[in-house]
Write a protein that binds this ligand. Sequence first.
Ligand SMILES: [Fe+2]
Ligand SMILES: [Fe+2]
Length: 276
Amino acid sequence: MSPSLFDAMPVTWPEAIAPETFLIPNLAPGPDGLFLPVNSMVIRGREPVLVDTGAPVHRAQWLEKVFAVVEPEDVRWVFLSHDDGDHTGALFEVLERCPKATLVTNFFSVERLALEKPALPLSRMRWVEPGGSFDAGDRVLQLFRPPVFDGPTSRGLFDPKSGAMWIVDSFPCFTPGTLDADEMPQELLAQVMPALSSAVSPWHAWLEPASYRRHVDAVEAMGACTVASAHGPVLRGERLDDAFDRLRALAGKPITPTPGQELLDALLAPTLAEAG
Ligand SMILES: [Fe+2]
Ligand SMILES: [Fe+2]
């Protein structure tokens, strides 16, 4: 992807989405003039928590945005939802600039990251599994397995104190620019969220609906009133209810096809025409 495309993205800035909770948005180019959100989150409680560390293409903006919300030396926790590159973009910079921070991750993430990045400091980590939690001073943050995920190490995070949830790669959707689902066309959410969920977790085709329903129900029953994710808008109220319903409906449905050679041909056509 050409860097100039990323330079042309609309400017975004941290947004308060729940008490002491900030979305750190960035955008990437999407189809038809839309954009793909690439978000992170900050919980600025007694012991501030960074939730994921953005994508490498956004590293400079990400660091600027995050440290406009919290001072690096105040950060006490870095929660890594999983080891995918678009969530670990500024991980090493954060560990260097936030000397008091402990990295909340797990064994398998560390094993996987060891194959592609310099060694992480084991002495600065805590390994927490789904169902576990960690105490950030004025709140106990709960880990859970998200309903849709593209990496086996994925863990979501729920803050019972603010009612905010980080649901990682679940609920993905292109946006015309806003990061608030209430400001988005309902048809866009209804069409794109299931298609992108299918792209992220194509295994939905083999799910037994009653069994998957129990998992989605359990996540919904945690009681979040604000749900933020890495690649979609912030969801609340009816839009959140609809999003959980769409997820349940994916179980056993055929995989949504993703673009193939026809798209590549179309993308290359102008260049080939110029050369010819
Ligand atoms: Fe991912
Ligand atoms: Fe992601």
